[in-house]
Every structure is written in structure tokens, then in C-alpha cells.
Write a protein that binds this ligand. Structure first.
Ligand code: NAG
Ligand code: NAG
Length: 479
């Protein structure tokens, strides 16, 4: 990484940490009061190569401060002209204390989660379900279509009818979906916890879960989604069921972190790779996979996210890179209108939820594109569409709790997931309106979490900051 990039990265992280810290705790009593603390350093952009301006602040009597302190950065050149950047001491002291505190907090929460995953000895398996897919194979994954309901007058409730936006609680009678997500989440937490603690127990448990879900003949899942999002009365599942698998990136990003452990089992991993390879082939050759790929709404966006991570895990990095660039451009062009409205989401009865949900996938695509060297965050489509426009489109309605939202919306205006994107937006695009909005919205999101909303699992984005520092090994920035 070039020193310029490093400088930007450090500044970005510094800014975000200051911001998160100040947000969470307010200024500590003993912090050094500084009139321009937490101003433009919070606005540094990770990607933009804008030259750094001097840090003149109108409110500071600039001529009274020695130059080395008035700047947040000092550059010292050695005899060969090689620069070394120093963060101004006052900021550095604050930076370190913020860093220590946030790190400690994050780590104790992460270890708690990993310990829960470690201690959980119940079986996670597709074979536990009491109803079978039409194939009559217990190993075939089955999930029931979320928005389909039995006909009260029909025989056996058939035919099922669609009520978009109204989940049928009957879906809970098949646990494959919940188990699948639990496997991904547990392996993620175990791998991340290993990364920080080097406790091999977490690796052993990950291997155990991977074997149980993907490999053991008694408990494994077959590498297909033939019966995902299944409507009773039909012979197969639907293409929309492919979405069930999208959080697989949680597991796939965690695995490389565990390979350094003596408890990592490469034979098991080879079998997992075979499974992933078979599954990717299934995605490519079945009509379910193909049709999901060409869908225009969040289903298509998440298909792309999934495909990029799968290709990358299979060491097909060139394809992953190419795919990531094409997907980013395609989804911004087709998923976002010139106003920033996401038309394919706003037609849904739960239009707010799906607008945020698709935006999360776009953030994941942008992150992947950046990982492969392309600045997808700032890509602008032929009509002026961009990811930033999509978040800016939603922002005013978030601020009014949905008042004035010009679309049908049968669900509440949940803010938690949106605020999480907003915190990331604030780091990516230097725009004060995001900070102003966060002042209002973050407390609301926090109270939603206290009510245990769906996405309550959110630890102040510290791990997201960490991921920005570690080449995206721990990408937890969207939920
Ligand atoms: C590793 O984690 C396990 C599971 O929580 C725990 O029982 C064990 O004491 C830990 N080992 C060390 C060395 O901390
Ligand atoms: C273990 O995980 C399963 C599946 O998510 C869950 O139903 C069960 O309550 C968990 N058990 C413990 C002890 O946490």
C-alpha cells in the first residue's frame, strides 16, 4: 500500500473512531479540549485522492498556534526525501485512548458471542425437519415461501396464495433457514474471535460446524437450493430461494483467518471447497439460479454479492474481480433511478425495508469492487445514478420517521439498518449532513435495538473500523 493511501486510511480510521467515541461517550473529562478536534479529520475520504488542504479553521486564531500543532498531521522528510507522517500529539493521545476503549469493548462482546457458539452443542442440520421436500431426501434444504398463505377454503390449504409483505408464521415449522444462518454467523464469530485471541478452541468448533453442515453423511446439506422458498403444492422451490444463501460471505471471510491455527483441518476444507464448487455450478446451470441472477431487484443484487464471494473462495479471483466490477455497474444502472429512488424496491408493500435491504447489497458490492481496485462507491451511471444518491434519497424520510414517504409501506420505518449504513456513508463520503442526521437518528436506532428489533445485533461498528484497517478481512459494516 502506498504511503498516501496509508495516510488516508489512518485519517479515516482516526476520524471514524473519534466520531464513534464522541458519539458513544461524549468528550471524556480529561480529554484535551481542542476547538477543532473532530472536525475535518472526520471527513477524510478513504477513496478520494483529493489533495489534503491545510487545516485552517475560521474559528481558531490560527496565527497563535505553532504550525506543528495547528496541523493534525506533520510530515517529516528524511535526507532522501522520504516522508513520514506524524499525527499531532494531542490527537494521537485521544486516538489511542479511544482505540483502547473501543477495542476492549468490541473484544469482550465478540468473545462472548464466540463462547456462546462454542458452548452450543445442539445439532444444526437440514435432516432434523419433520416435513420433507418433494425429493423425499432429508439432505435437501427446504424453506417455505415467506409471503404465501394457505387458502382457507381449499383442500389442505391448496393452492397457497401470495400476500406480499405478510410473512406466514408457518415458515418457522421448517428450521433449515434458521440453521443455515446460524452456521454462517457462528463460524463468523468463531473465526473473528480466533483472529483476536488465538484460542484454538474456536477453530475446532468451526471445523465441527462445517463438517456437520456440509460434510458428514448423516447431517450434511446437499449442495443445492432446489426446494428453497417452496410453496406447498408445487414440485420445486423458487428462484427467490437463492437469497437464503447470501450470508454465506460471513463464513467465507472468516475461514482464511483460521488457517494459521494448528487445529485448522485442510482435509475438511478441501471437502468444503468441493461443496462450494458444486453449489456454484448449481447456481450457474439451473433455471432457479439463472433466473435469480437476472432478476432486477434485491434478489439480483444479492445474487451478485454471493457469486463474488463464492468465486473468490474458490480461488477464482480474476473472475471474481471482473464479476464485481460488472455487477456494481449493472446494479447501480438498473437498480437506482436518477432521483436515487430504487424503483424495484419501492413497488413492494414493504417498500422501506426493501429499499434499505437492497442498499445494503449495493454497499457490499461497492466494498467488493473497492477490494478489487475499483472505486464503486463513487461510480455514477449514465443517468447520474449512484449509491450515494440512493442513500440521500432515503435520508429525509428517515428523519421524518417515514412521514411523506410516497409509497405504500405496510411495515414500520425501522431505522437500525439504515443508521448503520449512514455511519458508513459518513466515512465514505465527506458530507456533514450525515453527521447531522446521525445526531438525530442514532438514538432512535439504539432504542429500536433495546426493543430487540430484527437487526439488533450491532456493536457500534468498531469491527467495521477494524475491517477498514485490515483489507476487509472482517467486513461487518452492514447487517
Ligand atoms: C478458549 O475458549 C474456550 C471456550 O470459551 C475456553 O473454555 C478456554 O478457556 C479458552 N482458552 C484460553 C486459553 O483462553
Ligand atoms: C444453540 O443453537 C440453536 C440453533 O440456533 C438454538 O436453537 C439453541 O437455543 C442454542 N442453544 C444454546 C444453549 O444457546
Amino acid at each position: 500500500m502506498g504511503s498516501h493511501n496509508q495516510k488516508l486510511l489512518i485519517l479515516t480510521i482516526f476520524g471514524m473512531l473519534c466520531f464513534i467515541f464522541l458519539w458513544t461517550f461524549g468528550l471524556p473529562e480529561n480529554s484535551i479540549k481542542d476547538p477543532d478536534f473532530n472536525d475535518d479529520s472526520t471527513k477524510m475520504n478513504l477513496m478520494n485522492d483529493a489533495p489534503r488542504k491545510s487545516n485552517k479553521d475560521e474559528n481558531v486564531p490560527f496565527n497563535k498556534i505553532p504550525p506543528s500543532i495547528s496541523n493534525k498531521l506533520s510530515t517529516v522528510y528524511d535526507v532522501d526525501g522520504n516522508p513520514k507522517e506524524y499525527i499531532n500529539s494531542r490527537y494521537y493521545v485521544n486516538y489511542l485512548s479511544i482505540f483502547r476503549q473501543q477495542h476492549h469493548q468490541m473484544l469482550s462482546m465478540l468473545v462472548q458471542k464466540a463462547d456462546l457458539a462454542f458452548r452450543n452443542n445442539s445439532v444444526y442440520s437440514v435432516t432434523l425437519k419433520s416435513q420433507l421436500a418433494p425429493s423425499q431426501d432429508f439432505h435437501d434444504y427446504l424453506s417455505l415461501a415467506r409471503y404465501f398463505w394457505p387458502d382457507p377454503n381449499g383442500r389442505n390449504g391448496l393452492p397457497y396464495q401470495k400476500r406480499d409483505g405478510y410473512p406466514n408464521p408457518e415458515i418457522e415449522t421448517v428450521k433449515d433457514y434458521a440453521f443455515l444462518r446460524k452456521v454462517f454467523k457462528d463460524v463468523e464469530n468463531l473465526g473473528f474471535a480466533y483472529y483476536f485471541t488465538r484460542n484454538d478452541s474456536y477453530v475446532e468448533k468451526s471445523i465441527y460446524r462445517i463438517k456437520e453442515w456440509f460434510i458428514n453423511p448423516e447431517t450434511k446439506m446437499n449442495p443445492n437450493l432446489n426446494y428453497a422458498s417452496f410453496i406447498k403444492g408445487f414440485n420445486s422451490g423458487r428462484r427467490t430461494g437463492v437469497l437464503d444463501m447470501h450470508p454465506i460471505y460471513r463464513m467465507l471471510q472468516s475461514i482464511p483467518l483460521m488457517r494459521s491455527s494448528s487445529k485448522w483441518d485442510f482435509l475438511v476444507e478441501n471437502q468444503l471447497k468441493q461443496w462450494i464448487s458444486d453449489y456454484y455450478e448449481w447456481l450457474e446451470i439451473t433455471s432457479l439460479g439463472k433466473n435469480e441472477k437476472i432478476s432486477l431487484n434485491n434478489h439480483g443484487t444479492y445474487y451478485d454479492v454471493q457469486a463474488i464471494f463464492l468465486l473468490s473462495y474458490l480461488d477464482r479471483e480474476e473472475e471474481a474481480s471482473k464479476y464485481s466490477l460488472e455487477a456494481l455497474i449493472h446494479r447501480v444502472n438498473t437498480g437506482i433511478g436518477l432521483s436515487g429512488q430504487q424503483h424495484h424496491e419501492t413497488i413492494r408493500p414493504t417498500s422501506w425495508f426493501y429499499s434499505v435491504f437492497n442498499l445494503q447489497a449495493l454497499f457490499l458490492l461497492a466494498e467488493r469492487s473497492q477490494y478489487y481496485g475499483y472505486d464503486g462507491w463513487n461510480y455514477v451511471g449514465p443517468k447520474g445514478q449512484s449509491i450515494k444518491k440512493a442513500i440521500d434519497y432515503l435520508l429525509p424520510y428517515a428523519l421524518t420517521d417515514g412521514k411523506g414517504w410516497p409509497f405504500n409501506n405496510i411495515k414500520e420505518f425501522e431505522l437500525n439498518s439504515f443508521v448503520r449504513l449512514l455511519e458508513l456513508a459518513f466515512v465514505i463520503w465527506p458530507d456533514d449532513k450525515y453527521l447531522k442526521a446521525l445526531i438525530i437518528l442514532r438514538p432512535k436506532a439504539k432504542s429500536e435495538q433495546a426493543l430487540e428489533y430484527r437487526n439488533a445485533d450491532w456493536e457500534d461498528n468498531y469491527l467495521c473500523v477494524w475491517s477498514l484497517m485490515t483489507n476487509k478481512q472482517l467486513w461487518t459494516c452492514v447487517e
